[in-house]
Design a binder for this molecule. Structure first.
Ligand code: NAD
Length: 511
């Protein structure tokens, strides 16, 4: 695929990009500030690479503090009128956006596949989940309602109202380019706040398309802004005195940094970090279904999901059938360009990611595990960052692959004696995002839900992702903050509760 062709597949997108170097063949994304597409103040750029072909398809500027200052100024000004706009009017723009997103569904999904690598079916899921956030935020007139009670004391009434706070911002990762920003801004904006979005500099193109639709839906200037960049932009957002809260999604070290930096300047913060997800299979599981679901969980999106299964524990007699089934699936998988309908696994995001995953597989071998299917083999002839599924057996608690987030299509297998041992192992890890149990026993399922540490639990579900109307987020090293994202919880994050206690005397000489 030529660089020009990759860009012209989304012709309208080009209006929102500025021509860069390379004889105008490589384009540079623009910021969206105060209702206008403006060039970044940053001189440096990073390449946006289609990972299936190792081809530069555009460039993302590394913006500076000036861009953040401009965006905050616009958002602060817009807040004055936006917060007074009735919520029923605010959500009309989201209703329009929902229609525009449906009309442009396929185009956004294709951009996602080109910038991220995931197969088109997964990219469609990514967009669909994003649209569901918009749909849920459309219910804000009801979600935002406060509480009231007459006669909390004789003749005294109390009402509690939810009020927007001002400017919020989010910083998002590479692995769900269309969806993750939707976890935040539709809710924040429907609550009456204004917003700044900083997408991952590796995959900003689907957000350029989405903001073009936001503009078309009639979002007033300054209500939603987008700045491109990396570290410098993130630090400027985290320390800006006029930003009230930060939502972050990404790796644990950066989540910790964002949490620390932004809370130090008095902001509300919700910072979602990395994961190490365990899946446990009991002998009474519906084995063929469990194997299919586990394999998809571990290898879907090339293993680059924060909810991806990583370590799979077979309890007693479940182990052998599980191992054989997973090995068979791994051998059958077809890797390739996500736009090719024959591919069922796309590439990983970058050369560095591929090298890191390869070195983790090697560490397992060095530490005594057995590589049953070696995904490092047979990928040298492909242009992009491909890895076939890898299956490792004999993984033990102390091995690197059992402790570190791999974020690649690698399945670590181990046999354990009983459910208690499995729960003890998964609870001993530092992360707490998600875990799944495969069983037909209600009692085992209840015990698992009750005793396992992670905050999102799947029973016969491989990717236990709460829908937009439930709240999402892990625990331990997977989540830093107090209030989870989307669903009802996010209303708490994006509003302050104001309580008015009123006494009105019964008798008045004027009546
Ligand atoms: P990342 O931490 O590298 O980047 C995330 C964001 O932080 C990006 O916008 C990036 O520009 C910024 N950033 C990167 N380095 C920075 C630094 N040193 N200082 C300040 N900002 C910095 O994460 P990623 O590689 O894009 O995404 C993958 C990670 O995200 C995985 O660990 C995955 O588990 C995690 N993730 C978690 C969830 C969740 O719900 N818990 C969801 C999706 C992804």
């Amino acid at each position: 695929m030529s660089q020009k062709k990759a860009v012209t597949m989304t012709p309208k997108l080009e209006d929102k990009l500025t021509e860069g170097e390379n004889n105008g063949r490589v384009i540079v994304t623009k910021n969206y500030i105060n209702g206008k597409w403006v060039e970044s103040s940053g001189k440096d750029t990073v390449n946006i690479i289609n990972p299936a072909y190792n081809k530069v398809i555009a460039k993302c500027p590394l913006g500076t503090k000036k861009d953040v200052d401009d965006a905050v100024k616009a958002a602060k000004e817009a807040f004055k009128t936006w917060r007074e706009t009735p919520v029923i009017d605010r959500v009309q723009i989201l209703f329009k956006l929902k229609t525009l997103l449906e009309d442009n569904f396929e185009e956004i999904a294709k951009i996602c596949t080109q910038e991220n690598g995931k197969i088109l079916a997964e990219a469609r899921g990514d967009v669909r989940r994003g649209i569901q956030m918009v749909e849920t935020a459309c219910g804000m007139p009801t979600l935002l309602m406060g509480k009231g009670l007459e006669d909390i004391a004789s003749g005294i009434d109390c009402i509690a109202m939810r009020r927007p706070l001002g400017v919020f911002a989010c910083i998002t990762p590479f692995n769900f380019p269309p969806m993750v920003p939707f976890w935040f801004w539709p809710f924040a904006v429907a609550c009456g706040n204004t917003f700044i979005l900083k997408p991952s500099e590796r995959v900003p193109l689907s957000q350029v398309k989405i903001l073009e639709l936001v503009e078309k839906a009639g979002m007033p200037k300054g209500v939603l802004n987008m700045v491109h960049g990396s570290k410098e932009i993130v630090n400027a957002l985290c320390t800006h005195k006029d930003i009230k809260g930060i939502s972050f999604v990404g790796s644990t070290p950066v989540a910790k940094h964002v949490y620390k930096t932004a809370t130090e300047t008095g902001k509300r913060v919700q910072a979602l970090g990395g994961a190490k997800n365990f899946m446990v299979v009991l002998p009474d599981a519906v084995m063929d279904q469990a194997i299919r679901t586990i394999f998809e969980s571990c290898t879907g999106c090339a293993g680059q999901r924060c909810l991806a299964g990583s370590v799979v524990l077979g309890v007693g007699k479940a182990y052998t059938e599980l191992k054989e089934g997973i090995v068979k699936k791994a051998k059958e998988a077809t890797i390739g360009d996500g736009l090719d309908p024959k591919s069922n696994i796309g590439p990983v995001i970058s050369k560095e990611a591929k090298e890191r995953i390869i070195s983790l597989i090697q560490s397992a071998e060095d530490e005594g595990a057995k590589i049953l299917v070696d995904g490092r083999k047979g990928v040298d002839n492909l242009p992009g960052y491909f890895l076939k599924p890898t299956v490792i057996s004999g993984v033990t608690k102390d091995m690197k692959v059992a402790k570190e987030e791999i974020f690649g299509p690698v399945i670590c297998l181990s046999e354990v004696d009983n459910l208690n041992t499995a729960i003890e192992w998964l609870n001993s890890t530092s992360y707490g995002n998600t875990t799944s149990l495969f069983t037909t026993s209600g009692a085992a399922a209840r015990k698992f839900c009750y005793e396992a540490d992670p905050s999102m639990i799947g029973i016969n579900i491989g990717v236990p992702a709460p829908m937009s109307f439930f709240s999402f987020g892990g625990s331990k090293e997977s989540f830093f903050g107090d209030v989870k994202v989307h669903g009802q919880a996010c209303i708490d994050f994006f509003t302050d509760t104001k309580v008015a206690i009123q006494r009105w005397y019964k008798e008045s000489s004027i009546w």
